[in-house]
Design a protein around this ligand. Structure first.
Ligand code: UD1
Length: 375
């Protein structure tokens, strides 16, 4: 029996862990132990995802909570070490690039436990991003590397990782997307009467924004909101707002300046601000949007999988396949560029795109096969 600890901590981890757990469950020789670090802790940032995605209750909840990067990562490490010492797993599997990924990874390696990194090899080249540091550090100590796109594999080979340790598996988050979409079809009636969706008519724009580089500086945040405000004269912008962004909007006194609406959106122009949404309600929203505006990593990929126009408000992307063949365009914080691209999307003149290789719903199965063979 192989004991494998899976680590999840922040919102973008949960949808990657869910399909791997489903694949593990089909293998009697694997005993999965689920650890939630507690990096994200609000019901709408964590609890609701477990419910929506049908993930089992974590075997351990470390309650690391908020704090500076050092504080949060250290809390995760201290608590996760106890779990590893008690469980003595054959493998620790981490996903993505959040503080929980590197925190748990470091603990595993220092205890000489094998470490697998799912979504390995992505590089933005921008070391001011905390996630880039987490990616580089996690890949420098991992034993097994599962990549989502060819560039991930190329990056790892260039950094000296032996070829046999890398598997181009495809994308577990897309496994989950397809799985949830088919479930959503059956639930559509009840969800479409959800308070939010039922009040919006097409065409509409869906927006998310939470990167420190976009929201922690008053001028940048205010400039981006101004741009979005302009775009919203052509179609309403629905903006479920991350707690970090909401705090910053309030701190900089931008809430009243931009006249957001907290509820009762009409069907016309305007920017409508909401609390973060659960996985299903958010999917139900963005899957029918004419345009997604985002600075998220995952959403660049998810929109590519459904061929929905996506404008990324960042200067770079660690996920180049979404731009090279997918439906994503990088616009940075450039107002002219965002507005011009926005018009293209709303006029139905977006570029042709394709779904990347191996984004076929079977990445988790490939990962499980590889692990069973290696261990
Ligand atoms: C983290 C990840 C980022 C990911 C994002 C998705 C790192 C380095 N960053 O950033 O890669 O895209 O999650 O959400 O790991 N907060 C709450 N409730 C919560 C969680 C957070 O109010 O449940 C507040 C925190 O108190 C903090 C802010 O939101 O003030 C930011 O949270 P934090 O976990 O530090 O980082 P994220 O910006 O969420």
């Amino acid at each position: 029996m192989l004991k494998i600890i899976l680590v999840a901590g922040a919102r973008p981890n949960f949808m990657k862990i869910a399909p791997i757990l489903r694949a593990f469950k089909k293998r009697p020789e694997i005993n999965p132990v689920l650890v939630h670090t507690g990096q994200h802790y609000d019901q709408n940032m964590s609890g609701s995802f477990f419910e929506d995605l049908g993930i089992k209750n974590p075997d351990y909840h470390l309650e690391a909570g908020p704090g500076s990067h050092a504080n949060q990562t250290a809390n995760i490490m201290i608590c996760f070490e106890e779990v590893c010492l008690k469980e003595k797993p054959d493998l620790v599997l981490v996903v993505g690039d959040v503080n929980s990924t590197i925190g748990a990874g470091l603990v595993a390696k220092k205890l000489q436990i094998k470490l697998a990194h799912v979504e390995a090899g992505l590089r933005s080249g921008d070391r001011s991003m905390p996630e880039e540091i987490n990616r580089l550090a996690t890949d420098s100590i991992s034993d097994y590397f599962f990549t989502t796109e060819p560039k991930g594999t190329i990056n790892l080979l260039n950094e000296g990782v032996p070829e046999g340790k890398i598997q181009f598996a495809g994308h577990v988050m897309i496994d989950n997307l397809f799985f949830q979409l088919s479930r959503l079809e059956k639930m559509e009636t009840s969800l479409s009467t959800s308070p939010l969706k039922s009040r919006i008519q097409k065409p509409y724009i869906c927006m998310t924004m939470h990167r420190p580089s976009n929201v922690d500086n008053k001028d940048t945040l205010s400039g981006l909101l101004e741009t979005v405000q302009q775009l919203s004269s052509d179609a309403p912008v629905i903006f479920p707002c991350h707690p970090r962004t909401k705090k910053q909007i309030e701190k900089f006194g931008l809430m009243s300046r931009f006249s957001f609406y907290k509820d009762q959106p009409g069907l016309s122009s305007g920017v409508y601000l909401f609390e973060p949404l659960g996985y299903n309600e958010f999917l139900n929203l963005w899957k029918d949007a004419s345009l997604v505006l985002t600075d998220s990593g995952g959403l660049q990929e998810e929109t590519t999988a459904l061929k929905i126009p996506c404008i990324t408000m960042r200067e770079n992307t660690e996920r180049p396949v979404t731009v090279d063949i997918g439906s994503n365009e990088i616009a940075g914080t450039d107002t002219e560029k965002i507005l011009a691209l926005g018009k293209k999307a709303l006029d139905g003149k977006w570029k042709e795109s394709r779904i990347p290789d191996k984004w076929d719903g079977k990445a988790s199965e490939r990962i499980v096969e590889f692990i069973v063979k290696e261990l």
